[in-house]
Design a protein around this ligand. Structure first.
Ligand code: THU
Length: 160
């Protein structure tokens, strides 16, 4: 593997008030996590162009591979409301055990990046991704284009 990217995270307080609110909504959503297997509670909150916030929490299953991530749950909630113009999504998570530093940043898994990219393509826009520390102390503010460069997407199906 290559070197780790530089840490460009910043304190939560350095973010715009709206973004701070989204991070707090993601943190609140961790309370709804059903994570008896990993004991890693993840929460996500997204905002759409209409200003509506949708939250999601991870939902695990005894058949581990069937688990649903918090970001996916939030995107499904927006889809259920036919409100797909996502402009930003925040994610955070914390472990019930002592295996993990509470101040470590949570970034979306590969599948969630692909799902976020699909929503970005729908609106032909980039989506801001706020990757929050488990204790909300710091936030890595990035975007789906940065997290998933050279993405496979709808246009890949018809590319000449
Ligand atoms: N998880 C998420 O909810 N989002 C991610 O982007 C990464 C992983 C969940 C899935 C599983 O319930 C737990 O975290 C441990 O992998």
């Amino acid at each position: 593997m290559t070197d780790r990217p530089a840490d460009t995270s910043q304190p939560l307080s350095a973010l715009a008030a709206e973004d701070q609110g989204l991070c707090r909504a993601a943190f609140a959503a961790t309370a709804n996590a059903h994570a008896p297997y990993s004991r890693f509670s993840v929460g996500a909150a997204l905002v759409t162009a209409s200003g509506t916030v949708f939250q999601g929490a991870n939902l695990e299953n005894a058949s581990y591979g069937l688990s649903i991530c918090a970001e996916a749950a939030a995107l499904v909630a927006a889809n259920n409301a036919s409100d797909r113009a996502v402009t930003a999504i925040a994610v955070t998570g914390h472990s019930a055990g002592s295996r993990r530093d509470p101040a470590a940043i949570v970034t979306p898994c590969g599948r969630c990046r692909q799902m976020i990219a699909e929503f970005a393509a729908l609106s032909d826009t980039d989506i801001r991704v706020l990757c929050c520390a488990g204790d909300l102390s710091r936030v890595l503010a990035t975007s789906i284009d940065a997290l998933l460069p050279h993405a496979f997407g709808r246009s890949s199906l018809t590319a000449g």
